[in-house]
Unconditional design. Structure first.
Length: 172
């Protein structure tokens, strides 16, 4: 029996809600290192979901926004910059699927895009701490954010690739 359009939309909404909740749980689980100039957010591994299914990006963005809204010390700036950075990076990766068909190559693009886009988080941290954008402090913060994001995204890429082999994210 085929699913109706309403059932499909409801299922996608529920799945994105679960992704948002999982993002929050994974971020809270590593709370001491999930915020600030060095961020090892295990939840960032969920960014790879867009490689398999662009419709799942809304759950990741919602997770980032809700975590930053509920738990961040950066207030509304963290919601705007964190949510914006995630949305922009996920949209770039989703759009790249038009010309990069290989999922492994898109994962590499995703890692690069997220790593480079941490500049927005570095800018936000400097705005909050009254540091000059472009100063040595800015570049130190940006460097540490880039490194931590690259590590988390690189380590999680093969794991998410293997999970997809079992779950098949593209079917949602």
């Amino acid at each position: 029996m085929e699913k109706s359009y309403t059932q499909s939309k409801t299922r996608l909404l529920v799945i994105n809600g679960l992704i948002a909740a999982l993002y929050i749980i994974l971020t809270v689980a590593v709370a001491p290192v999930s915020q600030g100039p060095v961020q090892f957010r295990v939840s960032e591994s969920l960014n790879h979901l867009v490689v398999f299914n662009k419709k799942l990006l809304w759950g990741v963005v919602a997770g980032v926004v809700l975590f930053n809204l509920l738990f961040s010390e950066g207030g509304i700036l963290d919601v705007i910059f964190g949510g914006g950075q995630t949305l922009i990076a996920l949209l770039i990766t989703a759009y790249s699927a038009k010309w990069i068909k290989d999922e492994k190559k898109r994962m590499v693009v995703n890692i690069i895009v997220f790593t480079l886009s941490m500049v927005l988080i570095a800018i936000m941290i400097c705005l909050i701490s009254n540091e000059a954008i472009g100063s040595p402090v800015f570049w130190t913060i940006y460097g540490s954010l880039m490194l931590s994001e690259a590590i988390v995204m690189t380590i999680s890429a093969p794991i998410m690739f293997l999970i997809n082999k079992i779950i098949h994210f593209e079917r949602y």
